[in-house]
Design a protein around this ligand. Structure first.
Ligand SMILES: CC(C)(COP(=O)(O)OP(=O)(O)OC[C@H]1O[C@@H](n2cnc3c(N)ncnc32)[C@H](O)[C@@H]1OP(=O)(O)O)[C@@H](O)C(=O)NCCC(=O)NCCSC(=O)/C(=C/c1ccccc1)CC(=O)O
Length: 256
C-alpha cells in the first residue's frame, strides 16, 4: 500500500509508505490519502491523526516527478470540478500531527503546513524547492509558509528553494520539537494520546476557534470563541469532566 492507515486508541496513524521514492506522492498515494482523510474526518472512533513517512530519510518530497501523469484535460476543467488535490481532504476540526522524519520538501512541506502540530527528527530538512523544478508551491506553500515563519525566512526559502535544517526550523517556530530520529514516533504518540484522552468536541471546537480566529479581527475572534464555549457548555462530556474532577477520577468522554 502506498499509504498505510492504522487506528489505535482513537489515534489514526497515516504513513506514506514509499521510502524508495522518498515517500513522494504518486497518483496512487494521492488516491489513498483522499480515502484515508475522509475516513479520519468521518469515523467517530478517530479523534486525532499522526502523519509521517516510512523510513528515517524522508517525510515526503512532494509530487513524484517521475510518475506525474501528463494532464488529460485543461486546468480549468480540473480546477472547477475537483478543486485542489490533497489538502482539501485534510481540512477537518480533528487535529493532525506531522511527525517529520526526514525531508519535508515541496508538497511534503505543504502537507506538514496543513497540520496542527509539527514535530521533527534532528535529521529533518525543510524546503519549498518548486522554483528549482519550474513549478510553484501551489498547494498552500506560498501562503502558509510566510504565516508560519518570519517573512524574510519564508521569502528566502520560497525564492531560492534553499532548505533549512531541523535546528533552524525549531528556531523559526516551524516545528515545536526536535528529537533524535529514534524518539520521533514515541513523541508523536504521546502528543496524540494526550489529545485523544481529552474531550473530542472540546478539542475540535478549540481547533476551530484558533484556526478561524487567525483570519478574524481580534474582537470577533474572542466573541466567536465565546459562542463556541457556549456550544460546549451543555454537552454531556462537560458535565462528565466537571463531575470526574470532583470525584478525583479520570473522566470518560464520549464526544457527546
Ligand atoms: C530530497 C532530495 C534532496 C534527497 O536527495 P538524496 O540524494 O538523499 O536522495 P535521492 O537519490 O535524490 O532520492 C532517492 C530516490 O528517491 C527519488 N525521489 C526523491 N524525491 C522524488 C520526487 N519528488 N519524485 C520522484 N522521485 C523522487 C529519487 O529520484 C531517487 O530515486 P532513484 O534514483 O534511487 O530511483 C532529493 O531527492 C530531491 O531533491 N528530491 C526532489 C524534491 C523536490 O523537488 N520536490 C518538489 C516536487 S514538486 C511539488 O511537490 C509540487 C507540489 C504541488 C503543487 C501544487 C499542486 C499539486 C502539487 C509542484 C508540482 O507538482 O508541480
Amino acid at each position: 500500500m502506498p499509504v498505510m492507515l492504522e487506528v489505535r486508541n482513537h489515534v489514526a496513524y497515516v504513513t506514506l509508505n514509499r521510502p524508495e521514492a522518498m515517500n513522494s506522492l504518486d497518483p496512487e498515494s494521492i488516491a489513498d490519502l483522499t480515502e484515508i482523510w475522509t475516513r479520519v474526518r468521518t469515523d467517530p472512533d478517530i479523534r486525532v491523526a499522526v502523519l509521517t513517512g516510512a523510513g528515517e530519510k524522508s517525510f515526503c518530497t512532494g509530487t513524484d516527478m517521475k510518475k506525474a501523469p501528463p494532464p488529460t484535460e485543461c486546468m480549468a476543467a480540473t480546477y472547477l470540478r475537483d478543486g485542489q488535490p490533497v489538502l482539501p481532504q485534510m481540512k477537518m476540526w480533528k487535529p493532525i500531527i506531522a511527525a517529520i522524519n526526514g525531508y519535508a520538501v515541496g508538497g511534503g512541506l505543504e502537507m506538514a503546513l496543513a497540520c496542527d502540530l509539527r514535530i521533527a527528527s534532528s535529521n529533518a530538512k525543510f524546503g519549498l524547492t518548486e522554483v528549482k523544478v519550474a513549478s510553484l508551491a501551489g498547494l498552500n506553500g506560498t501562503q502558509a509558509l510566510p504565516r508560519a515563519v518570519p517573512q524574510a525566512v519564508a521569502m528566502k526559502m520560497l525564492l531560492t528553494g534553499e532548505m533549512i535544517s531541523a535546528e533552524e526550523a525549531l528556531r523559526y517556530g516551524l516545528v515545536s520539537d526536535v528529537v533524535e530520529p529514534s524518539g520521533l514516533a514515541d513523541l508523536a504518540r504521546s502528543y496524540a494520546e494526550k489529545i485523544a484522552s481529552a474531550a473530542p468536541l472540546s478539542v475540535q471546537a478549540t481547533k476551530q476557534a484558533a484556526v478561524l480566529g487567525l483570519d478574524m479581527p481580534l474582537e470577533h475572534g474572542i466573541l466567536y470563541s465565546h459562542l463556541l464555549w457556549g456550544v460546549l457548555r451543555d454537552t454531556e462530556d462537560r458535565k462528565e469532566g466537571f463531575k470526574a474532577f470532583g470525584e478525583r477520577r479520570a473522566p470518560v468522554f464520549r464526544g457527546a
